[in-house]
Design a protein around this ligand. Structure first.
Ligand code: CO8
Length: 259
């Protein structure tokens, strides 16, 4: 598929990199971009060679939100019937391989929500996160009111959603929104390094780990603990468990075959 709003490449034969590419609009997210992002994510997820996916933007903007120009004219009936704006936003949740957001510049509105839909966020030191929808007379519509409080707590989330203030990378790291902050020039190196580490592990265990951590957000503690126990035991049926533990016991490097 030929893409117009994103660029897609593979690094080290095993990491899929998707770059949002509407620079003139600061990567504002329109339906075409989200359709292309969904298609690219699904293609990497289905590709046997790919072990991890990175979603990134430009130096100035990861994404400055949903495309306000496109949204401005919609009526409720347009948006609801055509599923405009919201179409394809949930695709990223169905991706089973790890997805890292490498964020530099603005991650606002839908951009912040998109970053939070990824499994973890590595931020450049110029990153700025915000949910400024209140300034437009609306509220976050792609999970911001739900994922932000889970990530940073109610008080800070309310502050950001109600005042529309931005959070810089240092504050975002301290609050737990991002996992690491690095200088802008090192952002892709850091994200690729993390992705390559992940690709070196058993893909079965990696997918199980992702699925299980996500359970922490979608059920009770006892359900999550039971789910974890079941998958933990199930992994003893894999060749990779035998290989990983044998390698440790015999003081050698593990060679996982993802079986
Ligand atoms: N949509 C469309 N165009 C945009 C957007 C946007 N979100 N953000 C920036 N642009 C455009 C500008 O219009 C401008 O275009 P032009 O050059 O043609 O005038 C260009 O990008 C550059 O922007 P600025 O000149 O404004 O650049 P600055 O450096 O002065 O400012 C800011 C950068 C602070 C990022 C500023 O552009 C801004 O505030 N942008 C809007 C941020 C915002 O409000 N985002 C939230 C949008 S609403 C939303 O995301 C709801 C999500 C719901 C998702 C629902 C799906 C399920």
């Amino acid at each position: 598929m030929a893409y117009e709003c994103i660029e897609v490449r593979t690094e080290a034969d095993k990491v899929g990199v998707i770059t949002l590419a509407r620079p003139k609009q600061l990567n504002a997210l329109n339906d075409q971009l989200m359709d292309e992002l969904g298609a690219a994510l699904k293609a990497f997820d289905a590709d046997e060679k790919i072990g991890c996916i990175i979603v990134t933007g430009s130096e100035k903007a990861f994404a400055a939100g949903a495309d306000i120009g496109a949204m401005a004219k919609y009526s409720f009936a347009d948006a609801y019937k055509g599923d405009y704006i919201t179409r394809n936003w949930e695709t990223i949740r169905s991706i089973r391989k790890p997805v890292i957001a490498a964020v530099s510049g603005y991650a606002l509105g839908g951009g912040c929500e998109l970053a939070m839909m990824c499994d973890f966020i590595i931020a450049a030191d110029n990153a700025k996160f915000g949910q400024p929808e209140i300034k437009l007379g609306v509220i976050p519509g792609a999970g911001g009111t739900q994922r932000l409080p889970r990530a940073i707590g109610k008080s800070k989330a309310m502050d950001m959603v109600l005042t529309a203030r931005m959070m810089d990378a240092t504050e975002a790291e301290a609050a737990g929104l991002v996992s690491r902050v690095v200088p802008l020039t090192k952002l892709m190196e850091e994200a690729l390094g993390a992705a390559i580490v992940i690709c070196g592990f058993s893909q079965v265990a990696v997918m199980a780990a992702k699925e299980t951590v996500n359970r922490a957000f979608e059920g009770t503690l006892s359900d999550g603990l039971m789910f974890e126990r079941r998958l933990f035991h199930a992994l003893f049926a894999t060749q990779d468990q035998k290989e990983g533990m044998d390698a440790f016991v015999n003081k050698r490097q593990a060679n996982f075959t993802h079986q």
